[in-house]
Design a protein around this ligand. Sequence first.
Ligand code: A2H
Length: 253
Amino acid sequence: EGVIPQEYTLIKMEVIPPLPSKLRALEGRKVYLAAATLRPETMYGQTNAWVLPEGKYGAFEINETDVFILTERAALNLAYQKVSRVPERPTCLVELSGKDLIGLPLRSPLAFNEAIYSLPMLSILTDKGTGIVTSVPSDSPDDFMALHDLKSKPAFRAKFGVKDEWVVPFDVIPIISTPEFGDKSAEKVCIDMKIKSQNERQKLEEAKKKIYKGGFYEGTMLAGEYAGMRVQDAKNLIKNRLLELGEAVMYSE
Ligand code: A2H
């Protein structure tokens, strides 16, 4: 971990009841996948959540009503950040693997899609953020390629028990426009660079560098209540709105 703390917005992606059998012990509570993002202004364009199939997660009690699903490491960090009711030792109510989480239907803040699903991504790091990532394929090359892999490879879906209807209906939604990369910057950069899959890590790092500066400094919001505003002005307004509504919490590590 770096010396400079990284501050993330944790997006509370609610598991839409009824809870599946693996989560039965949590009945009566609000259960959320807690996704760490640096780009809260892109949340309109969420198409799914990402989990690491072989990752270890837990359902941790945050307060009387709320349960967050994330890595134990993130639960411990959160416990020291006044979000959690139980200070030093967050209570794990259920231990889970990433595979247990695939296919959960989610209601996520600001998302134009009313229900989205939790899907496998192989490049998730379990020592960063919460181990849960929300997917915005319009603006994140990692998200675009991981969704592309699932859409274009039925065998890949089958390997992880991913149903067609969790993937096929979800298209890239334009959220931000930049002069250089248009309104689906991640899709454009992946096509321009001929990136073939989520496994082309080096190319994806380059792709990210190419579009990120432009997205922040030259981007204009196309969607949501701040449409027309510059991304750099809208970002904090959107983040603060999510925090006020209790749909997100801050998290640093
Ligand atoms: B970002 P940094 Cl639209 N493993 O959110 C892999 N990736 C992770 C992660 C983990 N454990 N935890 C968070 N992330 C992703 C939105 C987004 C993001 C957009 C564009 C770029 C972007 C939607 N996905 O990230 O290494 C999350 O994806 C650019 C890097 O701490 C989070 O923000 O800088 C970002 O990586 C944090 O990465």
